[in-house]
Design a protein around this ligand. Structure first.
Ligand code: FES
Ligand SMILES: [Fe+2]
Length: 476
């Protein structure tokens, strides 16, 4: 790259030719994020910078030294992290209350205290100004000046921050239960960035159908018979649990099954063609099926229902990468155009050796296979999603619909962001329900099995169920 640039300088002109700005100048290659405004669209009422009244993952504890503070932006707010006298990582608003400079550009000259780079105001872990170095020990600023503090908690090697204005809730309420379990529960983490809004990142995980399309050539899908195939035109029903999570109910996959099995190829009559185009991948799936069979016999990672599916404020939890592990993906707004993605892989492993093995294999390949090779394939779809324009949803977008409804109606502190009353049932929600009913009518026996709520019942899907089980009265 360096050589090319140098040559261009010699030649003159700019490097890219007409392609460079063919689509106009776009930062990170995409248009800035924008939201719809219609009260008929729930996306208009979800804050672009997230819901602050929650605990959020910040940084690995090991990345905060005794000497240098760390700067971090979450939910559009800059914080600085440093160690207090006891070694606990503390977070202050990255704003010196004296003249407003970044505290994160300062230093911890004295163990446990953070000094501002401008005039040396020095703060303890509570944000109290304990010394004002340039004014000497008689400074009257001491005890007067106060930096804004954000509560923190360090669990399993990760620092979490309470971003709210209100009193923090106990961390147990917002953070996955395995963070409070003993040392035999291992929680590994990975932090990544995506150039898209956090809602788009989060909805991507609720989007059931990209899995076998976008990822058809990922290593995980290549080893599976289901990779690259059509899935189902029937939407998943979702159930709201304790007003905190929404769980997709499985079973819709059965739609194209014949004799309990799904044919590998399907015929698309209008195009007069088959998909997938060829069956080469089946040559090696037998090898991996051996492992998969072994996996299905494993005991599932047990977790309460409200800690599965999409959980407020922005995580998804599911069995991905083996049933004995719980996968969590948490989309944290940095700015409206940038998302910090935090992954957890939680496992209960009784032996120390087993835990070391998991940690090593995670670093060697599991992390890459799941979070880079697989998940980053969604990156272009996410960053090119134009959120501000109308959508035309299908039955299979039902879990996305459910997720949006959970947020607008149940997110803690969410009232603050509501500018209009959203329609009780939006046009999109009606459409999703209608499509679901139409598809369900084509194969009622499959539709009846799509959820445990619907089990044994062939009654039509109501629009409330298109996305979620609206009222508990609806439960059958
Ligand atoms: S701005 Fe921080 S000490 Fe003056
Ligand atoms: Fe995906």
């Amino acid at each position: 790259m360096g050589i090319l640039k140098a040559l261009t300088k010699v030649r003159g002109g700019y490097p890219g030719g007409w392609r460079e700005y063919a689509r106009g100048y776009k930062k990170d290659g995409v248009d800035p994020f924008d939201q719809p405004v219609s009260p008929d669209d729930r996306r208009s009422q979800i804050p672009a910078l997230g819901y602050p009244e929650y605990w959020y993952p910040a940084v690995p504890d090991k990345d905060v030294s005794w000497k240098k503070p760390v700067g971090l932006r979450l939910l559009g707010t800059d914080v600085t992290l440093f160690r207090d006298k006891s070694g606990q990582v503390q977070a202050l608003w990255d704003y010196c209350p004296h003249r407003g400079v970044y505290l994160s550009w300062g230093d911890c000259f004295w163990k446990g205290y953070l000094s501002c780079p401008y005039h040396g105001a020095t703060f303890d872990g509570d944000g109290e100004c304990v010394e004002f170095i340039t004014e000497g020990p008689d400074s009257k600023m001491v005890g007067q000046l106060k930096a804004k503090k954000f509560p923190t908690a360090t669990l399993k090697g990760l620092v979490f921050i309470w971003m709210g204005e209100g009193e923090p809730v106990p961390p147990e309420e917002d953070l996955p239960p395995e963070f409070f379990e003993g040392e035999t529960t291992l929680v590994l983490n990975t932090l990544r960035y995506w150039h898209c809004n956090w809602m788009i990142g989060l909805e991507n995980q609720s989007d059931s159908h990209n899995c076998f399309w976008v990822h058809r050539n990922s290593l995980l899908q290549l080893r599976s018979r289901t990779g690259g195939r059509a899935r189902t035109p029937l939407g998943y029903r979702s159930e709201r649990v304790n007003d905190k999570a929404t769980i997709p109910l499985r079973g819709a996959e059965q739609y194209y099954f014949e004799d309990g099995k799904m044919p590998y190829k399907l015929y698309y009559p209008r195009a007069q063609a088959y998909w997938p185009l060829h069956s080469w991948r089946l040559l090696w799936t037998w090898f991996f099926e051996f492992f998969d069979k072994r996996n299905t016999n494993r005991e599932r990672f047990d977790t309460p229902e409200e800690w599965r599916g999409m959980r407020l404020p922005g995580m998804h939890r599911l069995y991905f990468g083996g049933p004995s592990a719980m996968y969590t993906r948490w989309c944290i707004p940095v700015d409206k155009d940038l998302t910090r993605v935090v992954y957890f892989r939680s496992m209960r492993i009784p032996t120390k050796l087993g835990r070391i093995w998991e940690t090593v294999t995670y670093k060697l390949y599991r992390n890459w296979v799941a979070h880079y090779n697989f998940s980053d394939q969604d990156y272009d779809a996410m960053r090119s999603t134009r959120y501000q324009y109308p959508e035309y949803l299908s039955a299979t977008d039902s879990h996305v619909v459910a997720q949006r409804r959970l947020m607008t109606d149940y997110a803690r502190g969410g009232e603050k962001f509501k500018t209009v009353e959203v329609a009780k049932e939006t046009t999109a929600e009606k459409l999703v329900a209608d499509y679901n009913n139409q598809v369900a009518a084509m194969k009622p026996e499959v539709a009846a099995g799509t959820s445990r709520l619907m089990a044994g019942s062939t009654r039509p899907v109501t629009s409330d169920m298109a996305g979620e089980q609206g009222d508990k009265d609806n439960v059958v």
